[in-house]
Design a protein around this ligand. Structure first.
Ligand SMILES: Nc1nc2c(ncn2[C@@H]2O[C@H](COP(=O)(O)OP(=O)(O)OP(=O)(O)O)[C@@H](O)[C@H]2O)c(=O)[nH]1
Ligand SMILES: [Mg+2]
Length: 293
């Protein structure tokens, strides 16, 4: 039996549904999803295994013009996704017109590897709008095959996966067949907490936050976790904690529920807040948090 394997890297503007699609392919919540832009900060692998194939998907941060070091590093992950792809997935959402980065866009249109352009969120459109959009994108990216999809509702997701398998080169697997991702448990703890911060705090707060799991201690019945929520300034610390600690408590309760589902075990989660001055612009801190590429 011939075996196929390869890297399928998902890129596109912020908030178009890249993480939703990767989770749909993998069938697990590997990437956090929120309605805010820049939810994803890392390149996260999601591996789909079959007897005769291994699809190594990469979810990446949405393409933006970087304004500080953290964002530079996020765009470094996007760049790396161009370099090792066997199939490139370029995701756009219905109604999207402008491309936020010309250099990346030129890379897509001049790509020598197959490009699948996924026109996402078609559950929000009608037939006429859809047809117009397909036309527009066919002209803009003539080297791509276009698939209208709804990552959220699963429309056309199976068909896209079938096409990916067609396009993959013959190759042995790159990872053990029972492996789902390249990220360690602590990464998913950090991300689960960060998701709650994105959901419950406004404006700049979520973007100034980084999470670090300091302790992960697994006992027979329970996993004990201590995580620190880092902010850039003292004023942000007060906002995270909230009146009598109520805001922080809500984050803890919701994150714990999700983590119990993720690990299938009882969780004891302790969180506290610490100021890590201007960490987003500090190379050494960024390296420590895994933004080195
Ligand atoms: N209506 C609709 N909403 C969708 C669909 N796919 C994703 N969304 C929503 O779009 C928002 C962004 O989804 P994400 O998957 O986080 O988008 P992303 O491209 O990974 O975003 P970044 O990581 O910030 O770049 C969320 O509110 C999703 O629920 C879809 O097919 N239809
Ligand atoms: Mg994302």
């Amino acid at each position: 039996m011939n075996h196929k394997a390869g890297f399928v890297n998902i890129i596109g503007n912020p908030n178009v549904g890249k993480s939703t699609l990767m989770n749909a392919f993998v069938g697990e919540k590997l990437s956090i999803i929120t309605s805010k832009a820049q939810t994803t900060r890392h390149r996260i692998l999601g591996i789909v295994n079959g007897d005769d194939f291994q699809v190594v998907l990469s979810d990446t941060p949405g393409i933006i013009k970087p304004a500080y070091e953290l964002q530079e590093s996020m765009m470094g992950f996007v760049k790396s996704a161009f370099e090792d792809a066997d199939v490139l997935i370029y995701m756009v959402e219905i109604g999207e017109q402008e491309l936020k980065d010309e250099a990346f866009f030129n890379k897509i249109t001049s790509s020598k590897i197959p490009v699948l352009l996924l026109l996402n969120k078609i559950d929000k459109s009608n037939q006429e709008q859809l047809e117009t959009q397909v036309q527009v994108w066919a002209e803009k990216v003539p080297n791509a095959e276009i698939f209208p999809i709804s990552a959220l509702e699963g429309f056309n997701v199976k068909e896209v996966f079938g096409r990916i398998i067609d396009l993959l080169p013959e190759s042995p697997a790159f990872y053990p067949k029972d492996q789902l991702t390249d990220k360690p448990e602590r990464f998913f703890i950090n991300e689960t907490i960060r998701e709650k911060i994105l959901l419950h705090y406004k404006k700049e707060i979520p973007y100034a936050v980084e999470i670090e799991t300091e302790e992960f201690f697994e006992e027979e019945e329970i996993i004990r976790i201590r995580a620190v929520i880092m902010v850039e300034r003292e004023t942000q610390k007060g906002i995270i904690i909230g009146h009598k600690g109520s805001a922080l408590k809500r984050v803890g309760v919701e994150a714990r529920k999700d983590l119990e589902a993720f690990f299938g075990k009882q969780i004891h989660l302790e969180t506290y807040v610490k100021v890590n001055k201007n960490w987003r612009s500090n190379q050494q801190q960024l390296r420590r948090f895994g933004y080195n590429n």
